[in-house]
Every structure is written in C-alpha cells, then in structure tokens.
Design a binder for this molecule. Structure first.
Ligand code: NDP
Length: 451
C-alpha cells in the first residue's frame, strides 16, 4: 500500500515539531497539522511567557536589594501594557522560528484542525484527507475549571498573558505548579494575591520540607495563602467577583484565576471509533514506545498524561523517531527527571522526596537551611534549603531538593550526578565552589535524621 506521507503529526507543540523535524531528517516524508499557533503550550501560553513574567516580577525585590547595597533606585510602577507588547513580539518571533524550522526540514504544514478517519487517514477541517504510514498525536493539554457555579467567569493560565490591565486584586485557586508560580509572579508585579488551596499544604507530591519553606516565604512575601479552603461559588460584583469560599468568609476580587489542573486534548480526534484506548482523564494510553492500541498510531507529550513537561515531550518525540524511523526500538526513560518550580524562591528537585524514599527503604537525610549571603546582607530573613536523600544500603543519592534563587539552574547539574548513580561519598569528594549557596550540597557531613 502506498501512502501520501510516511508520517502525519497532529499538533505543532514542542513534542510534535521535534518529532516531525527529526523524522524528516531521516528522509521520511512528513506533514504536520496545527489549528492554533506553532510552538504549543510551552512557547505560546506556558513555560516561555511564564518565565519572562517571572523575570519581570523579580525586579521588585531586586530593586529593594539594590537600595540595600547602596544604589539609589527610582522605581516607577510596573508598565504591564509595555511589557505585554514586548512579550507578544517575542512570542511571534519564536513562532516564526518554529515555522521556519519545519519548513527548512521539508515538513509540509497545514494550519487547520485535523482528525483521524481511519488507522492511516487524517482528515482536515477543510475536507481534504491524507494517508500516512504512521500517525503521531501530539495535541497537548488544556486548562480545566472546577465544576462550581460561576467558574466560567474566572480566567485560566491561557488568558493571563492577554489581560488588558493587571487586576488590583486576584484570587488564585489551586496549589500546583501553575497556581504557585503565578501567585508569586503576580505578587511581584504588585497585584494583591490571595491563594486558596483545598489541601493541607501547597505543591502536593513534592518534598514536605521544600514545599513548607516555599509556602512560608510566599506568605512572608505578602501572598495571603489560605489552606484547606476552596471556592464554593462566584458571582459578579460591582467591580470584579464576589467569591464564597468553603470557610464562609465572602470576599471580592477583581479577577479569579483557576489553576486547578489540565486535561489531555483528545476530544473530537476520532480516537474512540478507531479503538485507541483512552484513560480516566481522557489521556491516550500508550506503551513504552508511545504506541497506542492501533499499531500505526502513536502519541507523545501531555496528551498521554505521563510526565507533563516540555523536555519530556521532546524526548518522547525523539524516542518515537528512533523506534519507528531508525529501526532502534527506544523506550522512553521517565526515571529521575529534574524539574523546577519557578516560585519565589524557586524549587529545583530530582528523584524521591524524603517521604517517598522512607516508604521504600531506610534513608539518611542531609539537609541545611540558611540565610544566603546576598539577601541576608540586604536585611532579608528568608532562608534557602539544600537537601539530599541518601539510601542507607547503597549510599546512592535518591533525591535532591533545593529551595533557593536559581534552584532550577542548580538542579540541572545535580541531576547529572544523580542520574549517573552518584553516592553521598561521590558528592563529598567534590571540592566546594566558594562562596556559593550550592556548595552546601558537597559539605554536609552529618545526617540530620535517619529512618
Ligand atoms: P496540577 O495538577 O499540578 O495542580 C492542580 C491543582 O489544582 C492542585 O493543587 C489540585 O489540588 C487543585 N485542584 C484540582 N481540582 C480542583 C478543584 N476542583 N477545586 C480546587 N482545586 C482543585 O496542575 P497545574 O495546572 O498546576 O499544572 C499542570 C501540569 O503542568 C503540572 O503537573 C506540570 O506537569 C506542568 N507544569 C510544569 C511547570 C514547570 O515545570 N515549572 C510549570 C507549570 C506547569 P490537589 O493537590 O488537592 O489535587
């Protein structure tokens, strides 16, 4: 049987674009359909604009620090429209880069929605159909709102980059990555932030000590974090919205921002009719090679709801090409993925939390929290934390958790050592870089506890 293409990719985000380009480089004929903007969540409405907003928001503290170091700083207010204009110009530039990368790789692109009509056929919203030997679904995820009265009036992370004006007050709902990052960003930009989280502590699943320290700092930085609290309903008020929370303490906010999770985008792709298995959250079920129950159909990235991070989607795309186009079956390695949460202060983390490790085997915990030189000199009482979770049996470092400015940069390096199987004694053999915060990772001599 002959096909129009060797590969048809649905979705032009980080995973889909990488897989399309790398497959084309093997000599395969490749097409890609994207109904929205090239670059996907990461580039257009996620990691990239978020990180630029993190940088913008950090200047408020930096200016205070500069004053403490003897500088005369005349800070005006933050000009959101000026920043937003530059932000969108940068996103346009990056989208152009993605389009050019595809074009230069010889990938044919269709700027429309696509769905599957059989195991080898993709039908576009224009009505055209194309056949392909392999089909790769990389349609990502989308934010969800909770099922409460009035929730449709709130905003989600996709909306935040397009606001005409910054609100004076905002309620952030949720306690995950997105809620905590944006609570810190908006607080840094001068918005009065309240955060409701329904659980006992924000950032569920991360190391308890790390999330406790971040929560403390968020509160001391001025965020009104209300734990064990959720929204029951919201209605329009004179200006903004009147929110009724579970603790009954009704309040008015200019905006309500739901950061209450994301769901895989699998609706109306024709998957169920073909026998592609979907999980409880609507995610596409795949094996270790990202192959679905239909052999010609593969899926990568957030649409499979494995580890929802851009670099993971990219690696899944590369492993797919290695397996299908290079004859080298390559399972995706989801073990020991370093990651950062861009709160203020940041968390950098890799491997097991203390709590998860203790459930598996006896461990020693090496941990230190201290006031870092730069901010302590400026009179800030905030602390940073460095922590290693070590196996008693093998001495291997099972987890590393850093709470500090720049923790994302530090954990990338620690991640290499831990992925290589470094022991605590390997860390100890490394000479400290002085004076830095991360030198503590190689100078902690005595465990603070074991068990
Ligand atoms: P998460 O799943 O991390 O967090 C969702 C939060 O919303 C949780 O605190 C959850 O509470 C809460 N929640 C869920 N449903 C409700 C509800 N009905 N009412 C109230 N609260 C609710 O999702 P995010 O949207 O924050 O992030 C999605 C994914 O995106 C992340 O898992 C991550 O993989 C990725 N991401 C990564 C970033 C990074 O690498 N820096 C940055 C941003 C996103 P509970 O804990 O009780 O379930």
């Amino acid at each position: 049987m002959t096909f129009d293409y060797d590969l048809f990719v649905i979705g032009g985000g980080s995973g889909g674009v990488r897989a399309a380009r790398v497959a084309a480089a093997t000599g395969a004929t490749v097409a890609l359909a994207e109904e929205s903007r090239y670059g996907g969540t990461c580039v257009i409405r996620g990691c990239v604009p978020k990180k630029l907003m993190v940088f913008a928001s950090e200047f408020s503290v930096e200016m205070q620090t500069a004053q403490a170091y003897g500088w005369t700083v005349h800070a005006g207010g933050f000009d959101w429209p000026a920043f937003r204009g530059k932000l969108h110009a940068e996103l346009d530039r990056l989208e152009g880069v993605y389009r050019k990368l595809l074009k230069d790789s010889g990938v044919e692109t269709f700027d429309v929605r696509a769905r599957l009509s059989d195991a080898h056929t993709v039908t576009l919203s224009t009505g055209e159909s194309y056949t392909a030997k392999h089909i790769l679904i990389a349609t990502g995820g989308t934010p969800i709102r909770p099922d409460i009265p009035g929730a449709e009036r709130g905003i989600v992370s996709d909306d935040i980059f397009n606001l005409d004006t910054l609100p004076r007050t905002i309620l952030v709902v949720g306690g995950g990555y997105i809620a905590c990052e944006f609570a810190c960003i908006l607080n840094g930009l001068g918005v009065a932030v309240t955060q409701y989280y329904r659980g006992a502590q924000i950032l569920r699943g991360f190391d308890d000590e790390a999330r406790g320290l971040v929560s403390e700092d968020m509160i001391s930085n001025g965020i009104d974090v209300k734990l064990g609290t959720n929204v029951q309903s919201m209605t329009p008020g004179d200006s903004g919205y009147i929110v009724t929370p579970t603790n009954g303490d009704e309040k008015c906010f200019d905006q309500v921002f739901f950061a209450t999770g994301r769901r895989p985008q699998t609706e109306d792709l024709g998957l169920e009719d073909l026998g592609v298995g979907l999980g409880r959250n609507g995610q596409i079920e795949v094996n270790e090679y990202s192959q679905t129950a239909v052999p010609s159909i593969y899926a990568i990235g957030d649409v499979t709801d494995r580890v929802n991070l851009t670099p993971v989607a990219i690696r899944e795309g590369m492993a797919f090409v290695e397996t299908v186009f290079k004859g080298n079956p390559t399972p995706v390695d989801h073990d020991l993925i370093p990651t950062a949460i861009f709160t203020q202060p940041e968390i950098g983390t890799v491997g097991l939390s203390e709590e998860a490790a203790r459930d598996i085997e006896p461990v020693e915990i090496y941990c230190t929290a201290f006031k870092p030189m730069k901010s302590a000199f400026a009179g800030d009482t905030g602390r940073v934390m460095m922590k290693l979770v070590v196996s008693q049996a093998t001495r291997r470092v099972l987890g590393c958790h850093i709470v500090a400015p720049g923790a994302g940069e530090m954990i990338q390096m620690a991640g290499i050592a831990i992925k290589m199987g470094a022991t605590k004694e390997d860390f100890d053999r490394v000479c400290a870089v002085h004076p830095t915060m991360s030198e503590e990772l190689v100078t902690m001599k005595t465990p603070v506890r074991a068990g």
